[in-house]
Ligand binder design. Structure first.
Ligand code: ZN
Length: 346
């Protein structure tokens, strides 16, 4: 990102290890995220000559003196979020909200990200994870954000064994909300979007019913499917007013609305007052930021390794690193049925 609205290649010096706990990774594979697009459009403010990217895996190039668990040559993956595990928010159990200088969401936010031949990882022992032999780099990259975020969306939605769940927005994170709801035992999963191939893919990931919101009103449909009660759990995986309020309408009293989407525009998100029971419907709204750390990543890799979920079905395009500017803008327009582009560094 050269500045708001402008991306392109530039030469930068080799990154150096910032504290003894850090590591330098030689990037092998990366994914482009819609949040990178938000960043370039100015959602988190101006950035100059800023390296984007937070979904990547690679080979350990070097480690700091105080990082003891990894060595050069290790094939690793690192989550989009890299907490320090020492600050107050980490100690309170909210490591994604890490407040230390290099923790929390820092890749392509307050430090350079992974769309480069080499990138720096803080607190390597806690944030790097070895990739099992039978897991590809491409599959491993999906654990860094799409799986961790989407599955957390389902975990936060309080999925009830045999209960009902709706996912609004079937981009890559929404697809992983569907897969997560399936893993957690939802009895009926309803996927909502307006793009036919996304609706089809959601069925592969476990949606029982899909609703094209260009053809039918999703709230009316969900009400009809649940005897007028609404679902136990809903997930907002877009980051916009309409799907957010649809979650409030479509969730039954006592149910849970899990916000997963990145609300990149506007100053307020409004609640529909009556559907919210004038504040008394006991509808819980939960929010999240992608959980990181090697324990989380080990669990996600296990789900890939055992074939419970194949995240590579999300891959719609492959690009070489040299062509990533094209991949980046295609991720914005979603042209050519774009879901997720994989960037190969060699
Ligand atoms: Zn991402």
């Amino acid at each position: 990102m050269k500045k708001i609205g402008e991306v392109g290649f530039m030469e930068k010096p080799m990154p150096t290890i910032i504290t003894g706990r850090g590591a330098i990774i030689k990037t092998t594979t990366a994914l482009v995220c819609t949040s990178d697009i938000h960043t370039v459009k100015g959602a988190i403010g101006e950035r100059f000559d800023h390296t984007l990217g937070h979904e990547a895996c690679g080979i350990v190039h070097s480690v700091g003196n105080n990082a003891t668990l990894f060595k050069p040559g290790d094939r690793i993956v690192v989550n989009a979020i890299t907490p320090c595990y020492r600050c107050h928010n980490c100690q309170r159990g909210f490591p994604s909200q890490c407040t230390q200088a290099l923790g929390g969401w820092k890749f392509a936010n307050t430090k350079d990200g992974s769309f480069a031949e080499y990138f720096h990882v803080n607190d390597a022992d806690a944030n790097l994870t070895l990739i099992p032999e039978n897991v590809s780099d491409e599959a491993a990259c999906y654990t860094t954000d799409m799986m961790s975020t989407g599955f957390k969306g389902a975990e936060n939605a309080g999925i009830v064994l045999g209960g009902s769940a709706a996912v609004f927005g079937l981009g890559p994170v929404g697809q992983m909300c569907v897969a997560g709801a399936r893993l957690l035992g939802a009895g009926m999963i309803i996927g909502v979007d307006n793009v036919p191939h996304r609706l089809e893919l959601a069925k592969e990931y476990g949606a029982d019913i899909t609703i094209n919101f260009n053809e039918k009103d999703p709230v009316e449909e969900i009400m009809a499917l649940t005897n007028g009660e609404g679902v136990d759990s809903s997930m907002e995986a877009v980051g916009a007013q309409k799907p957010f309020e649809n979650c409030i309408y479509a969730t039954r009293p006592g149910g849970t609305i899990s916000n997963v989407g990145y609300h990149g525009e506007g100053d307020y998100i409004n609640l529909p007052r009556l559907a919210w029971g004038v504040g008394m419907a006991e509808k819980t709204i939960k929010t999240l930021l992608c959980p990181g750390g090697s324990e989380r990543m080990t669990r996600l890799l296990r789900i890939v390794q055992t074939g419970r979920v194949d995240p590579t079905k999300l891959t719609s395009h492959h690009f070489k690193f040299a062509d990533m500017e094209k991949a980046f803008w295609m991720m914005d327009t979603k042209e050519d049925n774009m879901i997720k582009p994989v960037i190969h560094f060699d």
